[in-house]
Write a protein that binds this ligand. Sequence first.
Ligand code: AMP
Length: 143
Amino acid sequence: MTVARILAEKGDSVVTLPPHRTIDEAIHLLAEKRIGALVVGDAEGRVIGILSERDVMRALASEGASALDRPISHHMTTKVVTCTRRASIEDVMETMTEGRFRHLPVVEEGRLVGVVSIGDVVKRRIATVEAEHQAMRDYITMA
Ligand code: AMP
């Protein structure tokens, strides 16, 4: 299965915020959308960072409540690893495991076209393994 198929199933909407918005605004958006990370984009729509709940936790641990008034740019990760729609689910799992993160923006020709989370990957992987097991059981009982 490819990232293109995952996006076709779950949709290609991505929650983004510009870098000058505050950590307080970011946590409200994360809570409202029930997600773990948001992509930070510039005025031209380019990906310039990612802010996950872990960044917020680190910000609060180091600065206390005053971190909430800081701009997102202060605590986001700027070296964002991305993938394309052609990437396989195995490629995504490997990238997430190596990078130790759970979110992967999908970028093509400099444009953000979706985001894949570890939850999306695990859900599809379990469905594939279950389908394989069922096919194997059917084959055995037919024999
Ligand atoms: P996560 O596991 O996705 O909550 O993120 C853990 C850490 O990795 C946080 O510091 C994130 O900002 C960072 N991070 C998340 N996704 C990516 C990504 N695709 N590329 C680079 N860093 C990321």
